[in-house]
Design a protein around this ligand. Structure first.
Ligand code: B1M
Length: 774
């Protein structure tokens, strides 16, 4: 930032600056004089321009109200872009900050007007940025009060859309860590909020909340009240001794790097600690582990999200990597060792890798065997590494069943160490009643990675080990499996009356098989459900989209971090799809698929029906042929997984944990987004495009005609039916293979059958088999 209005100084300074500079500032105070003088220089050096909301108005050149600030900003931008050829992206509007605590009646309400002007500029002038010199707002207050008022003011300006702020970062508090009472004192002063004790100020009754509706007396009285209140508070409490980082004890600082997930200053402080004679292991098991333990507590208290925990793990990795060069070979910071693997037939990676990152950066040595790991490989790894525990991961119910088999094989191999198991389709109940009895020793269900860490900590803690083992060794006999054969239930094959049989059969487009590279990533990414990507995978709490639009700092930070991952992924992420329409006829609970006009079916699916009156079955959605014309279904497989596992592994090994996990999450949701995109296209090709007003949110909740059903989900739970998709669509041509566990490799892949019937609904069908027909 070049802060001068002198063109010579400006030009000289620009010749010294790399990259993009910002000239502070120009305005219309003397008409277009400053514009004429400065714009040519700015253009010559590609500098951006800060434009103050000031004009020739004799009453008050510095615009005070939100409306006048917007008007001056719009006029300035129109001139700069229209007459002086400055790009709107190079314009930074400064709506001006007036002191709200000097008692000057002219400035009461100024803070609100500035916040609202930022919002108006961002809503009404495209591409321009906004900037504010924050600290002016608290001019006249005691230093300690100024820090709080500045931080609270900045928080509300950021929420309104502020892009840049001129602040003294040292003298700023994290909004979240400002005590409630001080935050309220600052907010009341900034917003000139009527004091709650207004009863003691009879003159103030009734008093509008909005300062603009208050009378001059009311405004001044309220402002005076709040200035006195905040000055009194800080006079009494004095400066809350905000200890500057460098003033913190070294151990506290080292722990804070981990807690805040930052590496700035970490290495020099580690060397400082070593220079004090601390051994590398002492530092790791001391302040650094203290930091990681605090991260665990904050995560469990919902004060940190997955994305932030990954950043803390990155700082831990950087610290340990730096200290390792000073450690004796014999030295090891290991608190224990675990062999981790995704079970046979399963390609699930993202969950297991998160577990590796969390355990690996909390002092555990993790031997990650990867995916599709058969029991014999696990047994060999056990014999080679003699771990303290084995961790099994899996995504699907089939994988949970494979864990039973694996546990039995480990038992037969004489292995007795605790088993930790986790995965989306797994439950504590299944673990206790199905896996544990097959193993006979402790089997611990971990609902997420941090629970996995907590279990390992307790297993490796001599004081807690026995209780943990006893608490996870279940001798209860396995629950009897209710096999379908045992309790045949009367099943009808008639179409449920909830599904209209007389819907006209929509003409399907050509019945050819289509294989496509889907090039436009940005379009596919617009079909990603933000709740899944930022919420489910990255841990964001709350309505991400709404908070992002509201410039909530955590949402902004997460958004930008993932944009960086997207930017890199765009160079190598490849989205592919294969799909085809098939002629279809129903026969009871079965659907026959035909080649065009063929008499004999290519394949027959047999689906389950809901065990209730008028229970639904997917076959109900296939209409009877009309005038010899059969109905149709569509079928597809999409993937975004090519090369993702290797790239994510590369970043994980480099300690770039957020990028590694972010990439896997992005690929997974890109596959889901591509399914959404392709399904929309199939609706268009089938002749019933979505109404132009349909929102993405409505698509995420399938508010369109027809539905798509994926094998493994409740309406068609039999994963073995995936084989039919492979027979008919040959997804190998887009690089997707089916494992012996009926999982699709790569992981970020989705398959589905698409039905057009307007009465389609999601339901849970029973696992029907042919034998049970009555
Ligand atoms: Co889908 N999927 N999916 N899926 N998917 C499930 C698992 C499902 C339960 C949904 C449902 O029915 N409601 C269902 C399985 C039901 C069944 O088994 N029959 C299902 C299905 C059927 C499928 C497909 C087969 C559908 C299809 O296309 N035909 C398909 C299969 C994909 C393939 O074969 N490659 C599929 C695809 C996908 C996506 C790729 C789109 C996506 C990603 C999957 C993935 O995570 N790899 C996806 C998602 C996101 C889900 C849900 C919604 C969420 C899974 C999740 O959270 N993953 C899931 C429904 C649900 O759970 N609500 C569902 C994120 C991952 C970080 O969490 O794996 O749980 P997770 O790992 C956690 C913990 O489990 C624990 O810590 C990890 C980190 O916190 N943990 C351990 C895991 N392993 C551990 C080991 C330990 C300790 C802790 O040892 C020490």
């Amino acid at each position: 930032m070049i802060d001068t209005t002198d063109p010579r100084a400006m030009e000289l300074a620009l010749t010294y600056c790399q990259g993009k500079s910002i000239i502070n500032s120009i305005n219309l105070e003397d008409g277009e004089e400053k514009f004429e003088r400065t714009c040519p220089i700015a253009k010559a050096y590609g500098a951006a321009l800060i434009v103050g909301c000031i004009d020739e108005d004799k009453q008050q050149a510095q615009a005070f109200t939100r409306e006048r600030k917007l008007a001056v900003a719009q006029r300035s931008v129109a001139l700069l872009t229209g007459k002086y050829g400055i790009a709107p992206e190079d314009i930074v509007i400064d709506p001006l900050v007036f002191p709200c605590a000097t008692g000057d009646a002219n400035y009461i309400g100024g803070a609100v007007e500035t916040i609202e002007a930022v919002r108006l500029v961002k809503e009404n002038i495209a591409y321009v940025k906004t900037v504010l010199g924050i600290s002016n707002v608290s001019f006249g207050l005691p230093a300690a009060a100024r820090e709080v008022v500045n931080s609270v003011f900045l928080y509300y300006c950021t929420k309104a859309g502020l892009d840049l702020a001129i602040v003294n970062a040292e003298k700023l508090e994290r909004f979240a860590s400002i005590p409630e009472e001080e935050r309220r004192l600052a907010e009341s002063l900034l917003f000139n909020t009527p004091p709650v004790e207004q009863a003691s100020w009879p003159v103030l009754e009734p008093v509008p909340e909005d300062w603009r509706q208050q009378t001059l007396e009311q405004r001044a009285a309220i402002n005076q009240f709040h200035i006195a209140a905040i000055a009194e508070h800080f006079r009494k409490t004095g400066a809350r001794t905000k200890v500057r980082a460098e003033d913190l004890p070294l151990d506290q600082r080292l722990a804070n790097y981990i807690i805040e997930g930052t590496k700035d200053g970490l290495i020099p402080d580690l060397d400082r600690k070593r220079a004090e004679g601390a051994a590398p292991l002492e530092i790791i098991n001391g302040p650094l582990m203290t930091g990681m333990a605090e991260v665990g507590r904050l995560f469990n208290d919902n004060e940190l999200i997955v994305a932030e925990v990954l950043q803390s793990a990155e700082a831990m990795k950087a610290a340990v990597t730096h200290l390792e060069q000073f450690m004796e070979k014999a030295d090891s910071a290991t608190r224990g060792k675990i062999v981790l693997a995704t079970v046979k037939g399963d390609v699930h990676d993202i969950g297991k890798n998160l577990v590796e990152i969390i355990l690996g950066n909390n002092g555990y040595q993790v031997i990650n065997l990867g995916i599709k790991v058969p029991p014999d490989l696990l047994i060999r790894a056990f014999q080679e590494h003699a771990p303290d525990a084995i961790g099994l991961s899996g995504l699907l119910v089939k994988s949970a069943q494979q864990m039973i088999v694996t546990a039995g094989d480990l038992k037969d191999a004489g292995i007795r160490v605790p088993l930790l198991v986790g995965g989306a389709a797994l439950s504590d109940r299944f673990t206790r009643t199905r896996i544990a009895p097959a193993y006979g020793e402790a089997v611990c269900y971990a609902k997420d990675a941090m629970t996995g860490l907590d279990l390992m900590n307790r297993l490796m803690d001599p004081a807690a080990r026995d209780a943990t083992i006893n608490g996870h060794t279940y001798s209860e006999a396995p629950e009897p499996v209710q096999s379908a054969a045992e309790a045949p239930v009367r099943v009808t094959e008639a179409r449920s009356r909830k599904v209209r049989p007389d819907i006209p059969i929509p003409a399907a487009p050509n019945l050819d098989r289509k294989v496509r590279d889907v090039p436009h990533l940005a379009e596919i990414w617009s079909y990603i459900n933000p709740h899944m990507l930022y919420g489910k995978h990255l841990g964001y709490k709350g309505n991400f989209e709404k908070n992002l639009a509201g410039h909530e700092p955590k949402a902004l930070d997460l958004f930008h971090k993932l944009e960086e991952v997207k930017h890199e992924a765009a160079a190598f992420m490849r989205v592919k799809a294969v799909w085809q329409f098939f002629e279809a006829e129903r026969e009871g609970n079965a659907i026959h698929l035909f080649a065009p006009g063929a008499a004999a079916p290519l394949h027959t699916f047999r689906f389950g029906r809901q065990h209730r009156d008028e229970g639904l079955c997917l076959s109900d959605y296939i209409l009877d042929p009309e005038d010899g014309k059969r109905d149709h279904i569509a079928m597809f497989v999409v993937t975004a997984g090519a090369g993702i596992r290797d790239k994510s592994e590369e970043w994980k090994q480099a300690g770039l944990y957020f990028k590694s996990h972010g990439l896997q999450a992005l690929a997974i949701e890109t596959a889901e987004g591509c399914a959404e995109w392709l399904h929309r296209r199939i609706r268009e090709d089938w002749g019933f495009p979505d109404p132009p007003t349909m929102t993405m949110q409505e698509r995420f909740t399938s508010r369109y005609r027809g539905k798509r059903y994926s094998f493994g989900y409740a309406a068609c739970p039999n994963l073995d039916d995936q084989q039919a998709i492979w027979k008919l669509l040959r997804p190998e041509d887009i690089g997707v293979r089916l494992t012996e566990g009926m999982m699709m490799d790569p992981e970020a892949s989705v398959s589905a059958l698409v039905f057009h019937h307007p009465d389609c609904a999601y339901f849970t069908a029973s696992e029907e088999t042919e034998a049970v027909m009555v």
